[in-house]
Design a protein around this ligand. Sequence first.
Ligand SMILES: [Zn+2]
Length: 274
Amino acid sequence: MVAGAALLIGNTGCNGSGKKTGDGKDSTKTDSSAAALSNIGKPITYQKDKRYIFLTFDDGPQPPGTINCKNIFHEEGVKATFFMVGFNLGIDAYRRRIADSLNNSYPEFITANHSTTHGFRDNYKRFYSNPDSAVADMLKAQTDLKIKLKIARLPGMNTWASGSEMQGPKSSLTVAKALDSLGYTLIGWDVEWQFIRGSIPKQGAQEMADQINKRFEQEYTYQPNAIVLLAHDRMFAKAPYTDSLRKFISILKQDPRNVFETIDHYPSVQNRKK
Ligand SMILES: [Zn+2]
């Protein structure tokens, strides 16, 4: 069930909320029908001959990266999840519009909670040593970002919690337990597309696709036959890197076993016992 999970624990390279402005154009048409939104969180049936990939992108809205990711996923026809940071909404109305658009684009995309302040601006030690304020920070983000389901990723921590199961860095577990008791499922990650210098993708498209394939082949994922990829919207602000994201997806799409899903369909979310 939890293959090699202990080795998956670690801190993320999340470096907080970017303040760059961008001029990315949002060309994505989204399905905002009430019918589509009413299906949010409805369980899917897993097929044994498929491999489930959860693309999760953190720290948005951070244009133009968020818009570029959204447009590429839309054009490639793959589902994805955006873990957003509430603080970003206060920067300008443009970021709020991006959040609103993502909130209304289910079943293509889903949004989830990645805190209000990104752990007091990456001050994780202070954030996690004050569990009450950390929980309040997460709950404020849930409201401000209009997140529909209780699905969150803790800032800077690869922590998982889903009722019966919990794991992650020790310093995060008090906050994790408190959120779990409030009904939140916490999502970590299996593989990270890392970055250098704040936002430059460290690995190329083929290397990342190879990492995904290797993990599936080794059955080395937190949940069986499902893999969570962590990346950050801001990594895909410029053309060479957006090309890399598109190539990564197109490589994975060539394997007919691969299915891209939103995080409401991740096993620990849809199988959670309340
Ligand atoms: Zn983050």
